[in-house]
Ligand binder design. Structure first.
Ligand SMILES: Nc1ncnc2c1ncn2[C@@H]1O[C@H](COP(=O)(O)OP(=O)(O)OP(=O)(O)O)[C@@H](O)[C@H]1O
Ligand SMILES: [Mg+2]
Length: 373
């Protein structure tokens, strides 16, 4: 077992004008499951490939445990990688595929067999050891690829989108299997995905990358509750956080016809910078409906809050999502609200909503950085 350290690791591809990965600083704990997530092209695979030794590191260093592996060839790093396309050998049986790396390493036949059989048991592949990959389902092939990594008993597992060839349902099942397998084996794992739901459900911690730059590394809970900037706020969570640019007023910010109290210090910090607006973030589940369907807090003076016209409703049973539009400070704005399963409004209805107190996020419109605690 081992820790993994990216120490300002940088990759500039030949001919590239800016780094594909720029000063990446992450420390992965011993036995930790760390997920790298971000949009296409943000540098996830490059980061993983630097750790694997498949890509040069142009600046900074990479360590596995106390060992500086920055310039070691892949075979000397004691890692095992699972790729998106599995890269199974089509002419070999499942057992031979799984044992191949051990054979190359000169492990004796009896030991190879023992380790392959153990891995097959863990992965529920015992009945398939004699088959060729083409006679397996996608999910089974995926497990063979996992098995090939497990038998090597490496210090670190690296996985690059290992579930992307599976259909949606199998992907959900398999991600649970991989996460629990990793916990059982306790092997430090760096896992790459572009799917934020996968990242949030699998990772002990999640690292969000954008344009080669690390945006935030945190537990899924903190990532959701305290996104460090506008990018993370919009990227993590589904449906996404509502982000609304609002003018700064005395005592808070104006949201429709009500002034919403958001973190005073945050607004002050923005004003001090010379900003005229802040961007307020509200998750779909953090709106209170003051009138319309499911209203709980009708005030005597008439509806307060922001008037949202319902365009589309998505009923999910236990709850539902309302996709609506509102006029915020003279501009048309699309918003998503979560409502209870028995409070689903009609299309075309008008709801009045206010962000729940204490559940707003404040970001600097100019820099995108988080201002509220
Ligand atoms: N061999 C290469 N030569 C030059 N540029 C490359 C090379 N490989 C990747 N890049 C560039 O580096 C950046 C990061 O690529 P990378 O493959 O790490 O992204 P990614 O986050 O894994 O994306 P995806 O989700 O699409 O797999 C991209 O802009 C890409 O075009
Ligand atoms: Mg990639």
């Amino acid at each position: 077992m081992a820790t993994v350290t990216f120490d300002k690791a940088t990759r500039i591809y030949p001919g590239g004008d800016k780094p594909a990965v720029d000063g990446l600083d992450i420390e992965v704990g011993d036995g930790e499951f760390l997920v790298l997530v971000g949009p296409s092209g943000c540098g996830k695979s490059t980061s993983l490939r630097m750790l694997a030794g498949l890509e040069d590191v142009n600046a900074g260093a990479i360590r596995i445990g106390e060992r500086d592996v920055t310039h070691l060839p892949p075979k000397d790093r004691d890692i095992a990688m699972v790729f998106q396309n599995y890269a199974l050998y089509p002419h070999m049986t499942v057992a031979d595929n799984m044992g191949f790396a051990l054979k190359i390493a000169g492990v004796n036949k009896a030991d190879i067999r023992k380790r392959v059989e153990e891995a097959a048991k863990i992965l529920d592949l015992t009945d398939y050891l004699a088959r060729k990959p083409k006679a397996l389902s996608g999910g089974q092939r995926q497990r063979v690829a996992m098995g090939r990594a497990i038998v090597r008993e490496p210090q670190v597992f690296l996985m690059d989108e290992p579930l992307s060839n599976l259909d949606a349902k199998l992907r959900v099942q398999t991600r649970t299997q991989i996460a629990s397998l990793q916990r059982r084996l306790g092997v430090t794992t760096v896992y790459v995905t572009h799917d934020q739901v996968e990242a949030m459900t699998m990772g002990d911690r999640v690292a969000v990358l954008k344009d080669g730059l690390l945006q935030q590394v945190d537990s899924p809970r903190n990532m959701y509750d305290r996104p460090a900037n506008l990018f993370v706020a919009g990227f993590i969570g589904s449906p996404a956080m509502n982000l609304v640019e609002v003018p700064i007023t005395d005592g808070g910010v104006k949201f429709g016809n009500s002034v919403v109290n958001v973190a005073r210090d945050a607004v002050q910090a923005a004003a001090d910078k010379g900003d005229k607006t802040v961007t307020v973030g509200v998750r779909p589940e953090h709106f209170d409906i003051t009138s319309g369907s499911g209203a709980s807090g009708l005030s005597k003076e008439g509806p307060e809050g922001l008037a949202v016209t319902v365009n589309v409703v998505e009923e999910l049973g236990a709850d539902g999502y309302v996709y609506g539009s509102a006029e915020v400070n003279g501009e048309h704005k699309d918003l998503v609200l979560r409502v209870g399963g028995r409070e689903i409004p009609e299309k075309g209805a008008v709801l009045h909503v206010v962000p729940r107190s204490g559940e707003t996020h404040v970001f600097a419109t100019s820099t995108g950085e988080r201002l509220s605690d």
